[in-house]
Design a protein around this ligand. Structure first.
Ligand SMILES: [Zn+2]
Length: 415
């Protein structure tokens, strides 16, 4: 397809996908999935539907045969639009103006979904002719609330297995993500003895115990962070990520430094998110709790952090585990990562940057299954989940071209 045709075709596909709201919660993907199935079938492709939660189907299509198997993945659900009056164009209009497609999901990630649909359809005949190798297209459900009936279930049921994967979440055309931090969310609980508020000496104040425990927990995490050894192959990616976050912070007027962000990406972050305790002003509280969100870098496991907190708090507070996930990454020297890197260099003429992100994508389920995974797609992280979300036509076409190059090279087709 010529570049001029692409400049019309891809944005109008993004626009049509935006016009089918798939807001999560509840995250129903029936309408988007049926549009995608029809789109594929009009082009002669058969697809399978896999549904692990009611009205949240996933769509999978394949071309070619045998190995290697390359997975293209994008999620169909989007976050809620929020206050619709704050949108310049209605959030589900898919309005195309001055080189941008506007709407909820433009960046995260109906833009990326449209790009992988096009790439799949364009490369299918070449891959069929090549004789060896399978390209899988997958449009999945529920990423915005954890991906359980989406990529997680598909990987568990062996419905989405391959030798490499590209997840088209918004990295922007000149960057790609090779890893993400893990999650360690705990509750810190303190207990005391109730008494009348006028005679606190008779009681034991759980809120005071909790404030001391929070201060101690922060010290413990700082101490833990001094001992972290990051995987040496990730040092560059961590610096790049810090630069990207710094750039975004400066753009919104915050006066922070590179080392502030190197700290955030390469260490365990510490965010007390919710605090509860006490029931009445004139009582000594006998219970208090803190919900603490920590994001952990590659090379660290949530259990190490939990054990360090528990032993350091020495019984002054209980540490209950709320949710954890392992940090994960694909080596910068892995084939699919090298090919995306090369694709950006050759197609766009720029030197790309591998990044580690602080939040999670469905890529973690693929990596957990041993599938090397790179995240690369149109859009900007800062626009995801924002008002007046958009994706530029320029970024759609660029990421399309890079993917075309990468996938051809992956299958040994002259690029
Ligand atoms: Zn997303």
């Amino acid at each position: 397809m010529s570049n001029a045709e692409l400049k019309n075709e891809i944005p109008s596909l993004v626009s049509r996908l935006i016009q089918l709201p798939s807001v999560n919660p509840p995250g129903y993907t029936i309408n988007v999935a049926s549009f995608i199935r029809d789109w594929l079938s009009e082009r002669g492709f058969t697809s399978e539907t896999k549904e692990y939660a009611k009205d949240k189907p996933n769509v999978i299509a394949r071309v070619g045969r045998g190995r290697p198997v390359l997975i293209l993945n994008g999620h169909m659900d989007v976050v809620p639009p929020g206050d619709e009056s704050r949108w310049v164009y209605p959030p589900f209009s898919g309005k195309i103006v001055e080189g941008r497609v506007y709407g909820r999901g433009a960046t995260d990630m109906k833009g990326g979904l449209a790009v992988i649909m096009m790439v799949f359809a364009e490369l299918a005949p070449l891959i069929e002719r090549q004789g060896s190798g399978t390209l899988i297209f997958s449009a999945t459900a529920d990423e915005e609330t954890g991906g359980h009936p989406g990529v997680e279930a598909l990987v568990r049921e062996d419905a989405l297995i391959g030798d490499a994967a590209v997840v088209a979440e918004p990295s922007g055309s000149s960057r790609y993500y090779i890893g993400e931090k893990g999650l360690c969310q705990v509750k810190i609980v303190t207990r005391g003895r109730p008494a009348h508020g006028s005679l606190p000496v008779l009681g034991e104040n759980a809120i005071m115990k909790l404030t001391r425990a929070i201060t101690r927990a922060e010290e413990l995490i700082n101490e833990f962070n001094k001992g972290i050894k990051l995987p040496s192959e990730l040092v560059n990616a961590i610096r790049n990520s810090a630069e990207v976050y710094l750039e975004a912070a400066r753009a919104s007027g915050l006066n922070l430094t590179l080392s502030d962000f190197e700290g955030v990406v390469g260490t365990v972050s510490f965010n007390p998110g919710v605090i509860r305790g006490g029931s009445k002003i004139n009582m000594v509280p006998d219970y208090a709790e803190l919900e603490l969100d920590m994001r952990i870098p590659p090379g660290v496991s949530p259990n190490q952090v939990i054990n360090h907190l528990r032993s350091g708090l020495c019984g002054a507070a209980d540490v209950e585990v709320l949710d954890t996930s392992e940090p994960n990454y694909t080596s910068p020297s892995d084939t699919i990562v090298r090919l995306i890197h090369e694709g950006i260099e050759k197609t766009l003429g720029s030197t790309p940057k591998p990044i580690i992100v602080t939040g999670a994508t469905d890529g973690r389920y693929l990596r957990a299954r041993g599938i090397p995974t790179v995240v690369y797609g149109p859009g900007e992280l800062a626009l995801a989940h924002a008002y007046n979300e958009y994706v530029t036509v320029d970024d759609l076409v660029k990421t399309h071209d890079v993917m075309l190059y990468t996938i051809k090279r992956f299958f040994g087709i002259p690029a």
